[in-house]
Write a protein that binds this ligand. Structure first.
Ligand SMILES: Cc1cc2nc3c(=O)[nH]c(=O)nc-3n(C[C@H](O)[C@H](O)[C@H](O)COP(=O)(O)OP(=O)(O)OC[C@H]3O[C@@H](n4cnc5c(N)ncnc54)[C@H](O)[C@@H]3O)c2cc1C
Length: 547
C-alpha cells in the first residue's frame, strides 16, 4: 500500500466545511501546481498543519503546459546564471533518485551548423561547464560528435552545413501532472488537507493575527471561511490577481510558450534534439514524448488571462517550419499536428530586454504590513520546485517561530518510488497491462490493479475508481488529463470518455444530468488543445499508449 492511502485527509466525499477541520492552520498554500504541492509536502512532513487549495486541479495549469524537462538549462549559462544551472543540475539528480518512475534520463543531440553564432569550441566549453556543474550527477557526461558520427546517430537530421554535434543527457518528466500529484499525496499522508476546485476569492490580512481567506467551492458554489497563520501565494501566473487591489507593484510578467505534438515522422530522431531555429536563432526542442514528439517552444510576452492561453496559428506554423528545416524528410503539415498546448511562464516582472533573458530563478517575497504573514513565490522552474519548497518552508517555520523537523524531501522517495519499480511486478497481470501503468503509478501499480473487477477487463475503470477514491480527482477531466493520462493521447481521451464517465458515475452516484455535464465540460475543455481554427481531432489513440 502506498503512503498516500493511509491517513490521507481528503477535502471531498463529505462537505468542504467538514473536511476543512480545525483551524487556524499553521500554513495555507494557495495553488496546487508543482510549487504549491512541493511546499505542502515539505511543510506537512515537518509537522505543520497545512491546507492546500486550488481553484482547478492538482498540476492542471503551468505545470502541465511545460516542456516537461528536468534540466540544468544549458542556455542559462549564456546569461551568466551559473548558480541557477548548478542548483538545477543538483535537483535533477535528486529527482532522478526520489521519483525514478516519473523522471528519467533523456539523451539530447545539439547540432552545430556553420551558420550558427556558436561554433564547436564554444559548445564544447559550455558542455564542459555543464558537466562540471553537475558534479554529483547521476547522468553520463557529454561527448562531442563529428559530423559523420552525428549523421550516423540521427540520419534524419539536416546534414547540410552540419559541422559537429554535442551529445549529452538531461532528464524528462513525462507527466509533471503526476509529479505534482505525488507531492500532494505524500503531503496528505502526513495529514495535510487537500482542497481542489476551491478558489480563494478574498484575502483578509490582520497583521500578526491569522489571515482569513474566503473560499469558493467551484463544484457546488458554496463559500467558506478559513484561517491560517501563514499564507503562501503559489498561484504562478495568477500571483498578482490573488492579491487584487492589495498587490503592490506587479510581480509577474508572463510570457506565452506553445508546443505542438506530432506522431513519429519520416526522419524523426531517437534522441531529443535541441537546436537553434533557422528563422530567428531561438532555441527549440524536438523531444520523444509519450510515444510521440513534443516540439516547442515559443516565448512572447503575454498579459491576458492565463486560463485561456492557447497556441496561435503563427506559433504552430513556426514550430512546423523549424522542425521541417531540421529534419528535411519530415514534410510535416498542420494536419499532422495531433494537438497543441500553451502556458504562461510566471516570470518576474520585467519590461525591458528580451524574453529569453528574463531570469528563470525564483524569488520568495514577504509582503509589507498588514500582509506580513503572506509569502509570494515568483518564478521558478519545474526542475527546482523541491529546493524552492524547502526554502519557502524554512521561511514559514521562521515566521511561525516554532521548532520544526528538518527538511527531508531530498532523501525521501515519492509515493510511487517506495519499492523497486524495475523489479516490482504484479504477477497476476500480463506485462502488457502492468508495464504502461508503472510509468504512471510506479510502485503503486498493484494498488490500482487491485481495483480491477476481473482479470482481463476494466483497467480504465479501475484507474478511474482509484483516482476518485485515492488521488483527489473530482471531475472527468481530472481523471483523463491528470490521473490516468489518457487525455494526452492522440485522441485527447475522447475514446475513453464514455468508460470514464460510467465508472465515475458508478463510484460517485452521479445522475444522468451530472454525467452529461461532465461529458460536455470535458469536450469544451479540450478545445484548447486544437490546432487554431480546427476542432480537436477525434482520431484513434494509436498503438503506443505510453512510452
Ligand atoms: C511553455 C513553458 C515551458 C516550460 N518548460 C519547463 C521545463 O521544461 N522545465 C522546467 O523546469 N520548467 C519549465 N517551465 C516552468 C514551469 O512549468 C513553471 O515554473 C512551474 O510549472 C510553475 O508552477 P507553479 O506551481 O508556480 O504554477 P502553476 O502550475 O500555474 O500552479 C498555480 C496554481 O494556482 C492556482 N490558482 C490560481 N489562482 C488561484 C486562486 N485564486 N485560488 C486557488 N487557486 C488558484 C491555479 O489553478 C494553478 O493550479 C515551463 C513553463 C512554460 C510556460
Amino acid at each position: 500500500m502506498t503512503g498516500n492511502r493511509s491517513g490521507a485527509k481528503r477535502a471531498r466525499g463529505t462537505s468542504l466545511a467538514t473536511a476543512l477541520g480545525s483551524q487556524p492552520y499553521d500554513l495555507i498554500v494557495v495553488g496546487a501546481g508543482i510549487n504549491g504541492c512541493g511546499i505542502t509536502r515539505d511543510a506537512a512532513k515537518r509537522g505543520l498543519t497545512t491546507l492546500l487549495v486550488d481553484m482547478h486541479d492538482i498540476g492542471a495549469e503551468t505545470t502541465a503546459w511545460s516542456t516537461r524537462l528536468i534540466h540544468g538549462g544549458l542556455r542559462y549559462l549564456e546569461h551568466g546564471e551559473v548558480g541557477l544551472v548548478r542548483e538545477s543540475l543538483h535537483e535533477r539528480a535528486t529527482l532522478l533518485r526520489i521519483a525514478p518512475h516519473l523522471v528519467r534520463p533523456l539523451r539530447f543531440l545539439l547540432p552545430v551548423y556553420s551558420r550558427h553564432r556558436r561554433g564547436p569550441l564554444t559548445i564544447r566549453a559550455g558542455m564542459l561547464a555543464y558537466d562540471l556543474l553537475a558534479a554529483t550527477a547521476r547522468i553520463r557526461p557529454h561527448r562531442i560528435l563529428s559530423r559523420t558520427q552525428a549523421v550516423a546517430m540521427e540520419p534524419g537530421l539536416d546534414a547540410r552545413e552540419l559541422r559537429a554535434a554535442a551529445m549529452y543527457f538531461d532528464a524528462q518528466v513525462t507527466f509533471p501532472e503526476r509529479l505534482a500529484l505525488e507531492n500532494a499525496l505524500d503531503a496528505a499522508g502526513h495529514s495535510a488537507t487537500i482542497a481542489t476546485h476551491t478558489q480563494v476569492e478574498a484575502v483578509q490580512a490582520r497583521g500578526s493575527e491569522p489571515t482569513i481567506l474566503t473560499l469558493r467551492d467551484m463544484l457546488d458554489r458554496s463559500t467558506h471561511m478559513v484561517s491560517g497563520r501563514v499564507i503562501v501565494n503559489a498561484t504562478g501566473p495568477w500571483l498578482d490577481s490573488l492579491l487584487g487591489g492589495n498587490a503592490l507593484s506587479p510581480m509577474i510578467g508572463g510570457t506565452r510558450g506553445s508546443h505542438i505534438v506530432v506522431d513519429r515522422f519520416p526522419g524523426a530522431p531517437r534522441s531529443a534534439v535541441y537546436a537553434e531555429a533557422r528563422r530567428d536563432g531561438r532555441p527549440f526542442f524536438v523531444i520523444p514524448w509519450n510515444g510521440r514528439y513534443l516540439v516547442g517552444t515559443t516565448d512572447s510576452r503575454y498579459a491576458g488571462d492565463p486560463a485561456s492561453v492557447s497556441a496561435t496559428s503563427d506559433e504552430v506554423r513556426y514550430l512546423l517550419e523549424q522542425t521541417n528545416c531540421l529534419f528535411p524528410s519530415s514534410g510535416l503539415q498542420e494536419d499532422d499536428v495531433q494537438f497543441t498546448y500553451a502556458g504562461v511562464r510566471p516570470l518576474p516582472a520585467s519590461t525591458s530586454g528580451s524574453e529569453a533573458a528574463i531570469t528563470r530563478r525564483h524569488i520568495i517575497r514577504r509582503h509589507d504590513p498588514p500582509h506580513e504573514r503572506l509569502l509570494s513565490v515568483v518564478g521558478g522552474k519545474l526542475t527546482t520546485y523541491r529546493k524552492l519548497a524547502e526554502q519557502v518552508t524554512d521561511r514559514v517555520v521562521q515566521l511561525l517561530d516554532i521548532d520544526a523537523a528538518a527538511c527531508t524531501t531530498d532523501n525521501d522517495p515519492l509515493p510511487g518510488a517506495r519499492s523497486n519499480v524495475v523489479t516490482m511486478t504484479d504477477r497476476s497481470q500480463p506485462p502488457s497491462i502492468a508495464a504502461p501503468l508503472r510509468a504512471i503509478y510506479g510502485s503503486g501499480t498493484p494498488d490500482v490493479l487491485g481495483y480491477r473487477a476481473d482479470g482481463d477487463t476494466g483497467t480504465l475503470e479501475a484507474q478511474t475508481r482509484y483516482a476518485l477514491r485515492h488521488e483527489f480527482a473530482e471531475t472527468v477531466a481530472d481523471v483523463l488529463l491528470r490521473r490516468t493520462m489518457r487525455g494526452l493521447q492522440a485522441d485527447l481521451g475522447i475514446g475513453a470518455l464514455d468508460a470514464v464517465v460510467q465508472a465515475a458515475a458508478a463510484e460517485r452516484n452521479w445522475d444522468s444530468e451530472r454525467q452529461e455535464s461532465e461529458r460536455a465540460a470535458y469536450l469544451a475543455y479540450i478545445r484548447r488543445f486544437a490546432v487554431p481554427g480546427t476542432e480537436p481531432s477525434h482520431g484513434t489513440a494509436g498503438d503506443a499508449m505510453y512510452e
